[in-house]
Design a protein around this ligand. Structure first.
Ligand SMILES: Nc1ncnc2c1ncn2[C@@H]1O[C@H](COP(=O)(O)OP(=O)(O)O)[C@@H](O)[C@H]1O
Ligand SMILES: [Mg+2]
Length: 354
């Protein structure tokens, strides 16, 4: 019997099983006809067709990637990396479907960049993509910092870290400001235990857990040089640059649209001015500062519209959705020489600008 006699084309949806949950990566069922073959290269003819379209449709991965491209401004390199990872997993899945076994690729990552550059947002998207592609069983994201992992007393750290790891299994463990876990100058710091457990799990359970470490680039680099074996376990180091002024405006538009507001034309210019000044001040946090500024704008808009209604003016839909330049200009950011931590201050109801 020649190989072509007992080998047919694999069925639809290679590597996929029914239901909405794809099988965990690395455990995808190999087509029955190939399961006893120990040398698929020899037994499966090279022109065996695989149902790539079926897998693409099934995982609706194109849709997920398109949404990612549309719903996130800029981040060209970051998006490029996600597309690359998606291709890798997709092709790996097809290979597995015809019995070409290989180790699941390691997908631990580090996301470096300043606050508000989209690290947490992208990590959540990443978890979804990895789930869609069958790499992660659950695709949830568990976000932690040092305090969630490291205990304050002897004996507390290991159980604490293990509980977090357990919760994250099948999904993404996102460790914000990961370098705080480990204090190299303090030998008795319990963080060391956490690091050791992490290193172990990142190796042993790498097919069932993706660890993403996030934080400032310089501190992360120092962390990697302080902890041997950590950087080599991380497959993707991804940088999140600060946004340019036009990108911050695009983020603002996206957020406003989502909340069903819009800028009046001169409010648009006013907000550009606002961002330029705010970006030059301390603690500017990219997308987060845009979001916070818009929250305060909504508050000032509401106060203005409320007051005009109280004076007997009839309101239209336009009133309810339009942010005017005066709403923007009431920000304290425009008071020359004045700075205070605008980020956390709530606008007061007496109309005091923030
Ligand atoms: N590229 C982007 N497009 C749209 N919104 C963004 C983008 N980057 C950040 N944001 C928004 O800015 C805010 C802060 O982002 P986040 O992911 O929390 O940043 P980080 O984790 O890097 O501090 C969120 O509301 C997020 O939706
Ligand atoms: Mg974050």
């Amino acid at each position: 019997m020649t190989p072509s006699e007992h080998v047919e084309m694999p069925s639809m949806g290679t590597g996929m099983v029914g239901g909405d949950r794809p099988p965990a990566f690395g455990r995808a069922k190999i087509d029955e006809r190939f399961k006893d073959l120990n040398d698929p290269f020899r037994e499966v003819p090279d022109d065996t067709e695989v149902d790539s379209q079926g897998l693409l449709d099934d995982a609706n991965i194109d849709e997920v990637l398109d949404r990612l491209d549309q719903e996130l401004v800029a981040l060209k390199d970051v998006k490029g990396r996600i597309h690359e990872i998606a291709s890798l997993l997709l092709i790996d899945r097809l290979r597995r479907g015809i019995g070409l076994e290989a180790d699941a690729p390691t997908l631990h990552m580090s996301f470096t960049g300043n606050p508000g550059t989209g690290k947490t947002t992208v990590a959540m998207r990443m978890a979804k993509v990895l789930h869609k592609l069958g790499y992660l069983r659950k695709g949830h994201l568990v976000s932690v910092t040092r305090d969630d992992l490291v205990g304050q007393y002897v004996g507390h750290t290991a159980p604490k870290t293990r509980a977090v790891l357990e919760r994250a299994m099948g999904g993404v463990l996102f460790i914000d400001e990961a370098y705080h876990i480990y204090r190299v100058d303090n030998e008795r710091d319990y963080g060391q235990e956490t690091v050791e457990l992490l290193l172990e799990v990142m190796e042993k359970d790498r097919a069932d857990l993706v660890v993403i470490m996030a934080g400032y680039k310089q501190q992360m680099n120092r962390f990697f040089s302080d902890v041997p074996g950590l950087s080599s376990r991380i497959a993707h180091h991804i940088d999140f640059p600060d946004y340019a002024p036009d990108e911050l405006m695009a983020i603002a538009h996206l957020m406003l649209e989502r909340e069903r507001y819009r800028f009046a034309p001169d409010a648009e210019t006013a907000f550009e001015d606002y961002l330029r000044i705010r970006a030059s001040q301390p603690r500017f946090a990219n997308g987060r500062s845009v979001r916070n500024a818009l929250d305060r704008l909504r508050m000032r808009h509401a106060i203005r519209v409320h007051e005009s209604a109280a004076k007997g003016r009839r309101l239209t839909k336009k009133d309810l959705i339009t942010i005017e330049a005066e709403d923007v200009h009431k920000s304290r950011v425009f008071d020359s020489g004045f700075y205070r931590d605008d980020e956390r201050a709530a606008p007061s109801l007496t109309g005091t600008a923030t």
